[in-house]
Design a protein around this ligand. Structure first.
Ligand SMILES: *[C@@H]1O[C@H](CO)[C@@H](O)[C@H](O)[C@H]1NC(C)=O
Ligand SMILES: *[C@@H]1O[C@H](CO)[C@@H](O)[C@H](O)[C@H]1NC(C)=O
Length: 322
């Protein structure tokens, strides 16, 4: 059973920590999809408060290949543990962050939700790094060198790493054996959190999947859905905001059709390398598009610095300047 909670702004409706409690208490709820702010360090109720991020770093030897017989090597998977609030004797849970595509300290530092609920839940926090990111390189500097080395970069292998790590923690961390483990993740990591519960139900009792497109695959949603939602964000953030951006593409094409226009664009946008041709202007538009998409993704209601330092409601701030 999946429960979708539309908590666009935390603090309205059921607060996120209550969702976790619900999850621990009710066995049938195994995956909770939370469409709200998992990343960033704003407080769920008071955006101005910040919780200190304080963790210890560990490494676990993992099989490079969990499923075959040819590759018998191992690598060191990095994981971070914060157990200062853990109520081990009182049945405190383990919140296990299923690392996604990046350095795990980056997600650890920006997943404010886990730091906010740790004390209240008496929870241990574990942040596991995804193989092939940060310090967790199966073949060291050669990991990305060719398809042979990249062969073990898959969500299946990453999920197996997480399951092995959780079993290892439960066996070796004093008092952890009977702690309930809840997977937590955002975006691709949210997909991993949900899939961990689905594929390894004996390892985690529940999963909190935030902004996780677990159904966003070809044929399951209209192909333009993602960009439609990005456009909606801009439309809702100020008069004509979406319209102006849509008009800009044609305007750029027109300006980029002459050498003077290309020079003007290069100067106005302070580009490091001046635009020289029409293909350059296409790349320029893609760069702009990516900026709008990223801005919509981090349109938090409070000041934050997840992808970049930004003010509260950055889309609205941007719109007011247009
Ligand atoms: C691992 O594989 C190599 C060949 O690729 C082999 O020489 C070695 O004996 C294997 N090690 C173990 C422990 O099976
Ligand atoms: C996360 O925080 C730690 C400690 O404050 C710091 O050492 C680390 O560089 C940070 N990671 C990133 C990616 O900013």
């Amino acid at each position: 059973m999946e429960l979708y909670l539309k908590a666009g702004s935390p603090g309205r409706g059921m607060s996120a920590w209550k969702v976790v409690l619900l999850l621990v208490g009710v066995q049938c709820l195994h995956v909770v999809a939370l469409k709200s702010q998992l990343f960033t360090r704003g407080d769920a109720l008071d955006y101005s408060s910040r919780k200190a991020v304080d963790y210890k770093t560990f490494y676990l030897n993992q099989k490079i290949d969990h499923f075959g017989f040819f590759e018998n090597g191992t690598f060191k998977q990095r994981y971070l543990v914060a157990d200062q609030h853990w109520h081990q004797a009182g049945g405190g849970p383990i919140l296990f962050y299923t690392g996604n595509e990046g350095d795990i300290t980056w997600f650890c530092n920006n997943t404010g939700f886990m730091w906010q609920v740790a004390e209240e839940l008496g929870a241990m926090l574990v942040f596991a790094e995804h193989r092939y990111y940060g310090d967790s390189m199966p073949f060291g500097p050669d990991s990305y060198s060719d398809s042979k080395h990249l062969n073990y970069l898959s969500s299946e292998q990453a999920l197996a790493d997480f399951a092995v790590l959780i079993r290892e923690l439960k066996g070796s961390w004093p008092g952890a054996r009977s702690s309930a483990v809840i997977a937590v993740g955002g975006s691709y990591g949210g997909m991993l959190a949900a899939w961990l519960r689905m594929k390894y139900p004996s390892v985690v009792v529940g999963a909190l999947a935030a902004s996780a497109p677990i159904w966003q695959f070809p044929g399951m949603v209209p192909c333009g859905d993602f960009h439609r939602i990005v456009s909606q964000d801009f439309a809702a953030s100020g008069p004509n905001c979406d319209v102006n951006i849509r008009r800009s593409w044609g305007a750029i094409d027109k300006i980029a059709s002459t050498a003077e226009g290309l020079a003007w664009l290069s100067g106005t946008f302070s580009l490091c390398a001046p635009l020289k041709s029409r293909p350059d202007s296409v790349a320029f538009k893609e760069w702009l598009q990516e900026t709008w998409v990223n801005l919509a993704m981090v349109d938090y209601p409070y000041e934050a610095s997840f992808l970049q330092p930004l003010p509260a409601w950055p889309v609205q701030v941007r719109t007011s300047l247009m």
